[in-house]
Design a protein around this ligand. Structure first.
Ligand code: NAD
Length: 421
């Protein structure tokens, strides 16, 4: 039975909502609660004026969407990209609510973004955008309110500016207002690697379920930023063969395997992965459809759609990116018997260690890297088993199971809290 019967691909938010509707119906969630949980609780649009290096003034559009604070403070990254839309941030905020509930951490969901191209901005211009964005959101952010983190186009430095701006206004250093910070400013060991490490953990779990070996797995990764490059490195170190990689500028493919540490150095020097010796060039949007056993989208949304899902050759998809597969493509992948580890589970390693960072900041006591990685592994494996167990019990896909598990947990908390009127 298809999730939606229309030929039209949906917007990013509509793709989230399509899965929400199916999962909520399967749970028998009452109509009123469905209305509450389908929509965000707050959406803020900002117009951020910045004096550019040229002396001219530009105005950048920014967003912060808080989907739910039912289980705890809002949690979610800040995205800097030229094509950011409110629809996309709204979807990403909802996914944060479901993701935090899937791994059972005491956060709600939020997400932010600024329409800008960080590759074309100077460091000073980026800092100005970040500080003004943070200052405008002062009433909404805070360790107990809403805790941002890095996402596409943002990094530890941007988080340091968010932390400093917030701290200057509240008149004390508040490290727990943001996660993904540099280690010296209250960051957590293992946070930078956490999302990629989480992908490795769930890939291993998927192999166990399917009785497959790491050594036989040829892996392709779209996106070579924080998540993609670290997933590639950790997976190669543990025996997987990385045969294809792409960033926004281009893709490369080598069936014999790519030396990931050398590729990371090449990308640092050249600013892109294209031109890495010994590989065939591939269009970045075609990389996931090359011959491989595991495909890992780790870049942007809506890259596996009803128009191309039949061209997937992989047996397993690990959704490192948020929303890489459209709702219509789900059915095609299911028919092909592709084992999909859904985004709200597969990339939850990042928010899990963000939670550890928030806990460490509030305690003022910092953990060793091995402790972080051990606890991450325990939580990811437990969540993987929760989701797969739910899928078997309810006879649904792992994606719908992950939504059902998450919605059930959030609805339970909402029922206990009640509606304040
Ligand atoms: P990043 O900015 O560090 O890297 C993004 C990478 O994707 C870059 O290599 C970029 O060139 C590439 N890219 C962008 N558009 C592309 C395209 N059309 N085709 C091919 N490559 C393209 O971002 P990131 O932090 O690695 O995030 C990647 C994805 O993972 C996003 O969907 C993000 O929401 C998701 N995610 C990130 C985290 C985290 O901890 N950083 C956590 C959970 C989910």
């Amino acid at each position: 039975m298809p999730i939606i019967a229309s030929e039209k691909e949906l917007s990013v938010y509509e793709n989230m909502a399509a899965r929400f509707d199916v999962a909520a119906a399967k749970l028998g969630l009452d109509e009123g609660f469905q209305k509450v949980l389908r929509h965000p609780s707050k959406e803020i649009t900002l117009y951020i004026p910045v004096m550019m290096d040229s002396g001219s003034i530009e105005v950048f559009v920014g967003y912060r969407v808080q989907h739910s604070i039912v289980r705890g403070p809002g949690k979610g990254g800040i995205r800097f990209a030229p094509d950011v839309t409110l629809d996309e941030i709204r979807a990403l905020a909802s996914w944060m609510t479901w993701k935090c509930a899937v791994v059972n951490i005491p956060f709600g969901g939020a997400k932010g973004g600024v329409v800008c191209d960080p590759e074309k901005l100077s460091r000073r211009e980026l800092e100005a955008i970040t500080r003004r964005y943070t200052a405008e959101l002062l009433d909404y952010l805070g360790p107990e309110r809403d805790v941002p983190a890095p996402d596409l186009g943002t990094n530890e430095q941007v988080m340091a500016w968010v932390m400093d701006t917030y701290s200057m206004h509240v008149r004390h250093t508040s490290t727990a207002v943001v996660t993904g910070k540099p280690l010296d400013l209250g960051g957590s060991r293992g946070r930078r690697e956490a999302t990629g490490r989480g992908c490795l953990i769930v890939a291993d779990q998927a192999l166990q379920r399917l009785r497959l070996n790491r050594e036989e797995q040829r892996v392709i990764i779209q996106g070579f930023g924080n998540v993609g490059s670290i997933a590639a490195k950790l997976m190669q170190e543990t025996g997987y063969r990385i045969v294809g990689v792409a960033d926004i500028h281009g893709g490369i493919y080598n069936p014999k395997g790519i030396d990931v540490p050398k590729l990371i150095n090449h990308a640092l020097e050249a600013g892109q992965i294209s031109g890495f010796p010994g590989c065939d060039p591939v269009d970045p949007m075609q990389i996931l459809f090359q011959d491989c056993d595991i495909a890992i989208p780790a870049a942007v949304e809506n890259v596996i759609t009803s128009h191309n899902a039949d061209r997937i050759k992989a047996r397993i998809i690990i959704e490192a990116a948020n929303g890489p597969t459209t709702a219509l493509a789900d059915d095609i992948l299911a028919e092909k018997k592709v084992f999909v580890v859904p985004d709200i589970l597969a990339n939850a390693g990042g928010v899990t260690v963000s939670y550890f960072e928030w806990v460490q900041d509030r305690q003022g006591y910092f953990w060793s890297e091995s402790m972080v990685n051990e606890r991450l592994e325990q939580m990811m494996v437990a969540s993987f088993n929760d989701v797969l167990g739910y899928a078997e019990r309810h006879n649904v896909s792992p994606r719908i199971a992950a939504y059902m598990l998450a919605i059930d947990r959030v609805a339970f908390a909402l029922r206990l809290r009640g509606l304040y009127a």
